[in-house]
Ligand binder design. Structure first.
Ligand code: DGL
Length: 269
């Protein structure tokens, strides 16, 4: 049978957490685009993020993809409708699946969302949660992305920073939230650290894992007989706009294994 060709787009390496979750659940040929020359997106305007993301979407479409996954929370939050308009294949983002999973898990109907500055300012997660009847308390955690990229995923400084952010976030929610929704590609890597500092009664929901489930369902029955097998039914190609070597170095941390087939591309503008 023919495997689906899935394009995965992110501002950099972080989206590899989404790729990892997707590949665990869905056999496919994966084409990953990391816009490493222009990251971070989390501090940029919606117009700029949309322009970058649409350029990347067209590049991935030229690889004959059947489906495009916007792994970047910031790009999803700021530009998903525009990317969908510009693309010729079905496009999935990470916000709706993350919110849907939070709504499944939360008993108290309230969640804390942590994300980049731009994602929080867009209120995309708040709106998606409110549509599902949940109260949302959003907290931008801009220092966590560079700390994770530095590899400080179990470091006292990261723990201290996360503690300060979460204390502030939980203070807004006056203790009624029972879910912490990870609204950024980098945060799944610090799940164990977050678990240590969160109140016992709070569950962690990861948008990457939630999205992988949605994509598996969308691919449906055709892929079913392959889902129990591994390696043989997955292939990976990576395209980055900055250094190939740096991407390879960081990718091991995010994907948990070495990556080959990484090419540099220049989209200009
Ligand atoms: N990929 C971004 C996100 O998920 C984090 C990194 C960035 O700011 O570009 O929001």
């Amino acid at each position: 049978m023919t495997l689906p060709r899935i394009g995965v787009f992110d501002s950099g390496v972080g989206g590899l957490t989404v790729l990892k979750a997707l590949a665990e659940q869905s056999p496919a040929h994966y084409f990953y685009f990391g816009d490493t020359a222009r990251l971070p997106y989390g501090t940029k305007s919606a117009e700029t993020v949309a322009r970058y993301a649409i350029g990347a979407a067209h590049f991935l479409e030229a690889q004959q993809i059947d489906l495009l996954m916007i792994a970047c929370n910031t790009a999803t939050a700021l530009a998903l409708p525009l990317i969908k308009q510009a693309a010729h294949v079905p496009v999935f983002g990470v916000v709706e699946p993350g919110a849907a999973m939070a709504a499944e898990v939360s008993k108290k109907r309230a969640a804390v969302v942590i994300a980049t500055e731009a994602t929080v300012s867009s209120h995309a997660y708040r709106d998606a949660l409110q549509r599902r009847g949940l109260a949302a308390y959003e907290k931008a955690c801009p220092l966590l992305v560079p700390l994770v990229e530095e590899g400080w995923i179990d470091h006292p400084v990261t723990e201290q920073v996360a503690r300060i952010y979460l204390d502030e976030a939980l203070a807004q929610g006056s203790g009624d939230a029972d879910v912490l929704l990870l609204g950024c590609t980098h945060y799944p890597l610090i799940t164990p650290l977050l678990r240590r500092i969160l109140p016992q009664n709070m569950e962690i929901v990861d948008s990457a894992a939630s999205t992988a489930r949605v994509v598996r369902e969308a691919l449906g029955e055709s892929n079913k007989d392959l889902t129990s097998t591994d390696g043989d039914h997955r292939s990976f190609r990576f395209y980055v706009t900055d250094s190939v070597d740096k991407f390879k170095r960081l990718a091991i941390r995010f994907l948990g294994r070495q990556v080959d087939h990484v090419e540099h591309v220049d989209l200009g503008g």
